[in-house]
Ligand binder design. Sequence first.
Ligand code: DON
Length: 594
Amino acid sequence: MARQIINGPKILLMKVLNNKNISLVVAVIASTYLYAIEPIAYLNSLGYEPAQKEIASSKNGMITTQHFLATQVGEKILNRGGNAYDASIAVAFTLAVVLPRAGNIGGGGFMVVYDKETEQPYTIDFREKAPELSTKDMYLNKDGSFNDKNLSTVGYLAIGVPGTVAGLWEVHQKFGSLPWDELIEDAIYYAENGFEITPFLADILLRYSESLSLFSETKEIFQLHYPNFKNKTLVQKDLANTLKIIASKGRKGFYEGEIAEKISSEIKKNNGLISKSDLKNYSPVWREPLISNYRDTEIITMGPPSSGGLHVIQMLNILENYDIKKIGHNSLEYINLLTEVMKFAYADRSKYLGDPDFYDVPIKKITSKKYANDINKNIQIGKLTPVNEINPGKYMDGESHETTHFSVVDKTGNVISMTYTLNSTFGSKVVIEGTGILMNNEMDDFSAAPGIPNQFNLLGAEANEIIPFKRPLSSMTPTIVLKDKELFFTTGSPGGARIISAVLQSILNIIDFDMDLEDTTAAKRIHHQWYPDILEYEFTLDSSIEKNLKKMGYKTESKLPLTCLQTIMFKDGIYYGYGDFRRVDALASGNISD
Ligand code: DON
């Protein structure tokens, strides 16, 4: 196991000093004096103890999620004879309770499947949609200017029509084996009886105390009863009732009747746009999976309205031209190459990517080997192309903080890779009165206007402008990799724009660098998204590498971890799992009986 030593976390210290949590500040000052910490040691220095202690292994299946309680629920369902689809549905509902910052029934997402029985991949899109009354310029002033970022990120106007319940229902209709209501039992239990607030969740509730107090219902549930959160139990009675209704009525329990009435009337009262008919008419879509080869593996991933899969394939196509292993993991040349490749891909994202139901996304072209080769002609290790010289699509002939990912594999070999989100941490911060449902702020993933970046600093264009019923562009990248028609590994992550680069690096780490799960998870990640012109790295870079990158012209910046990979690997009949310690409560486990 080769965890990287971190030198001089000064920038990290500055960031943490802006944090209101004094114990966090003291802890990081202490660790700064040590002057050499590892990612995991950094978390320990904050007083966190990651739930994942070692690589989990099992021959009967594996589950990895961002909360150990959700992982246990998934195991329970598999042990009861449920399949990976059943377990995923149960995990998703449980995360909506125990991981309120991202798990949700008020958001949306994507699921990528490899169905063992049919040996077929499937992808389902249950991304939020723009309401019928939305307009292209709804976040702009009358003169076309833009000055209030809050409109698309906080409160009622930021909410997109949620898709999660409809998506899970659809998956159950097609693939489920246990009764629907049984899959929601544990989520109801944790909402009704509460669950222990871990130190990690306590710190988040504390850190977000201001924004979680903006709306009285949200404040009541997530702030009022927990003076310092630690060792307390989080009870969500209204959410338990909502889940009971969904358990007994299925998708209609959310999109019609009492819950839909509460959602639409509160939104209307507060000048939001989602109506009863927006809810009733919401439907998820089975979409053509994106499939490509990288070296001797087959990559199965999510297509638009996610940009993630498409750009991972585009970047792998370029990188296939190089002997990555020889270049060396996180060497100067490697970081230089990866950064250049990312710049070209994210530039294309800004122009060509959007909901394929509304915009003709050039999927085939962007994912073609020829296009990759054309871009590659303009990449030279040792040099950089200034961002203003990279025009989206320049080499095409003819013509972007809160999400959670989990992966599940069952005994039969069915594989589920699912990422879903509220967009920001705790979404729009709105909980609909009497329902316990935290609503998303996914409308911010649209491009409010050309040149106006979203909260992840991602730029967009006409392809991603707001149109009624359209889905906002996403970066979520749930991905399955096969080798010889068998699972090799499955992965995915939260992290906004950084999801795409994190998934790319996990693929390279496993395929090119032969890293095991612990190493690939621990390996420090870099990120560049064309604009802003910043090469980000987790914690620190080797100082001589950073000096050379700067000499070449890169603007570099240290970041705290913003991604969290949940990966499952399969080798010689055994499944291996490792929950990313960056979000402390993550756990992979496979206690599944024969
Ligand atoms: O769909 C997207 O790309 C964003 N809404 C994801 C947000 C996210 O990952 C925030 N996470 N840390």
